[in-house]
Design a protein around this ligand. Structure first.
Ligand SMILES: Cc1cc2nc3c(=O)[nH]c(=O)nc-3n(C[C@H](O)[C@H](O)[C@H](O)COP(=O)(O)OP(=O)(O)OC[C@H]3O[C@@H](n4cnc5c(N)ncnc54)[C@H](O)[C@@H]3O)c2cc1C
Length: 446
C-alpha cells in the first residue's frame, strides 16, 4: 500500500487504466478530463436501433494481461465477440471486392495478386535482413515481399490502422512485431512458423476480436465509474513543480499537491504553458503527424445493397483511385448495430493519403462515399441513417525518425522527477496497447 498522490491528465483509455490500477494499489488518484465524458477517442452513440462507433469499433484481444484486466472490470456479460463472418476481409482490386487470403495456400490461389507477385512472395525467406534500423514500412515491404504486396496489402492495411501512408511510417515503431520477425528470424514467413513458442512466452494468447453490447465506450465508462476522483470538464491549463510536489492548474481552479503527474494528453495539444517543455522540444514532439480523418456512419435498407456484406469490411488500395479509404460492415461485425431490416456501414475518408477529402462538408462527403459504394457493393437506395465525425487529429503516425520524439519525452521525464508520459503517442496506438501501457506504467510508479 502507498500514500502516493497522483494526478492524471486525460480520461482516455490510457489515463483511466493507469488510474484504476494505481487506486487498487492504494494511491490517491485524481483524473482531470477536459470533456464532459470519459473515453477520449472511444465514443459510442446509440439511437433508434442504431449503435455507431465514432472512434474504435473493435478491440483485438491477444495479450493475457489485457484480457485479465477487462475481465476484472466485471464486463464478462457485456463483452461481445465478433461474428465468424468477420474473419473474411476484402481488398478492392480492379473495382471489385476480393477476399484477403488467410493462409499461405490461399495466398497462392488468390486473384488479388499476379503469378509474378506470388513467385516473388515465395522468395521472402531467402532475402537477407536489413541493416537499416529505421526503415519505412513501404521500403521493408517492397524489399521483402515485392511491390504488388505493398500496393494491394500493406498500403490499404496502413490506411485502415493508422489512416496513414507506408512511405512515412517507421517499421520498428509502427509494426514492431514485423521488425522483430525480420531481425530475429531473418524472415516473416520463418518468424510466423517458428515464433509461436516465443509469442506464447510473451503472454500472447489466441486472438479474439471483441466489443461490448452497448459499444466500445462501455469500457472507459465502466472504469470511470470505479474511480474515486474523476473530474470531468476540468481542462488542465498548466502544471507547476515546487519542492518535489506538483500542482495542477485547471480552468476550475488549482489542485494538489501531487507526488506524480501522468500526462496522457495528445502531443498536438502540448504547449510551453501547459508543461515544462522548451521550444525545440515542442518542435520535435509536434513533428508527430496525426492525419485528418472523416468517418461516415451510414445506414441502408438491406434490400438496397446487392453485396451480402459477409465480412469485416473492405479496404481500398491507393492505386484504385477511389474517394474512400475503406468501410467496415459494422452490422455484420456485431449483432445489434442496426435495425433488423438494415445494414450499418462505417466509412473512412481522408487520412494521410487524401487529407483534403477529410475536410469536405457533409453532403459532399456523402456524395463521394456513395459514388464508391454504388460501384463496389451495389448500393441503390438512399441512406436511412447518417452521421459524420470529423477527426482533425486522428491517430499519431510513428514516422521514420520517431526516436527523436521518444528521446525528447524521456529527457523531459528525467529532468522533471514525478512527471510521466503515456498514451497512444508511445508504444502503440491500439486500445489494447494503451491498456497494456497504462497497466505497466502503474506498475512502474508503485
Ligand atoms: C477514428 C479512429 C478509429 C480507431 N479505431 C481503432 C480500432 O478499431 N481498434 C483499436 O484498438 N484502436 C483504434 N483506434 C485507436 C485508439 O482508439 C486510440 O489510440 C486510443 O483510444 C487513444 O487513447 P489515449 O488514452 O492514449 O488517448 P485519448 O483517447 O486521445 O485520450 C486523451 C484524453 O485527454 C483529454 N485532454 C486533452 N487535453 C486535455 C487537457 N488540457 N486537460 C484535460 N484533459 C485533456 C482528451 O479530451 C482525451 O479524453 C482508433 C482511433 C480513431 C481516432
Amino acid at each position: 500500500m502507498t500514500d502516493r498522490r497522483i494526478a492524471i491528465a486525460g480520461a482516455g483509455i490510457t489515463g483511466l487504466t493507469s488510474a484504476l490500477k494505481l487506486e487498487e494499489r492504494g494511491a490517491a488518484v485524481t483524473v482531470f478530463e477536459r470533456k464532459g465524458e470519459p473515453g477520449g477517442s472511444i465514443k459510442s452513440v446509440k439511437e433508434k436501433g442504431w449503435l455507431a462507433e465514432y472512434g474504435p469499433n473493435t478491440l483485438l484481444l491477444k495479450d493475457r494481461s489485457v484480457a485479465e484486466f477487462i475481465d476484472s472490470l466485471g464486463l464478462a456479460g457485456e463483452k461481445v465477440i465478433a461474428n465468424k463472418e468477420a474473419n473474411k476481409r476484402f481488398i478492392v482490386k480492379d473495382g471489385k471486392l476480393e477476399p484477403l487470403p488467410v493462409s499461405l495456400t490461399k495466398a497462392l490461389m488468390t486473384g488479388l495478386f499476379s503469378t509474378k507477385a506470388k513467385l516473388r512472395f515465395l522468395k521472402e525467406p531467402f532475402i537477407s535482413r536489413s541493416k537499416n534500423r529505421d526503415q519505412t514500412v513501404a521500403g521493408f515491404t517492397e524489399r521483402r515481399l515485392g511491390k504488388e504486396f505493398l500496393d494491394y496489402a500493406i498500403n490499404p492495411f496502413v490506411a485502415g490502422i493508422f489512416a496513414g501512408r507506408p512511405e512515412e511510417l517507421s517499421l520498428r515503431h509502427a509494426f514492431p512485431a514485423m521488425d522483430h520477425m525480420e531481425q530475429r528470424y531473418g524472415s516473416l514467413i520463418r518468424g510466423a512458423l517458428f515464433g509461436k513458442k516465443e509469442r506464447k512466452n510473451r503472454g500472447v494468447t489466441a486472438r479474439q476480436l471483441i466489443s461490448f453490447g452497448n459499444g466500445m465506450q462501455v469500457l472507459p465508462k465502466t472504469i470511470a465509474e470505479k474511480l474515486n476522483d474523476l473530474r470531468l470538464n476540468h481542462e488542465i491549463t498548466g502544471i507547476e513543480q515546487s519542492d518535489d510536489q506538483w500542482t495542477v492548474l485547471t480552468q476550475m481552479g488549482s489542485f494538489g499537491p501531487f507526488d506524480d503527474v501522468i500526462f496522457t494528453i495528445p502531443l498536438y495539444k502540448w504547449t510551453e504553458d501547459l508543461l515544462p517543455v522548451n521550444g525545440s522540444e515542442l518542435k520535435s514532439l509536434q513533428s508527430a503527424n496525426y492525419p485528418r480523418l472523416s468517418v461516415l456512419l451510414l445506414g441502408y435498407k438491406k434490400e438496397d445493397i446487392a453485396h451480402p456484406l459477409d465480412g469485416f469490411g473492405f479496404l481500398v488500395p491507393d492505386k484504385e483511385n477511389r474517394n474512400i479509404l475503406g468501410a467496415l460492415f459494422s452490422s455484420t461485425l456485431f449483432h445489434g448495430r442496426a435495425p433488423d431490416n438494415a445494414h450499418l456501414l462505417t466509412v473512412f475518408m481522408g487520412g494521410g493519403r487524401q487529407p483534403e477529402i477529410a475536410d469536405k462538408e457533409g453532403e459532399e462527403l456523402l456524395k463521394l462515399a456513395e459514388e464508391d459504394l454504388r460501384d463496389l457493393i451495389g448500393l441503390k437506395g438512399e441512406a436511412i441513417y447518417k452521421d459524420l465525425v470529423y477527426w482533425p487529429n486522428s491517430i499519431p503516425n510513428y514516422h521514420v525518425g520517431y526516436d527523436e520524439v521518444l528521446d525528447t519525452l524521456k529527457s523531459i521525464e528525467e529532468r522533471n522527477p514525478g512527471l510521466r508520459f503515456a498514451g497512444n503517442f508511445r508504444d502503440g496506438i491500439s486500445v489494447p496497447d494503451c491498456i497494456k501501457n497504462g497497466l505497466s506504467l502503474a506498475g512502474e510508479i508503485l
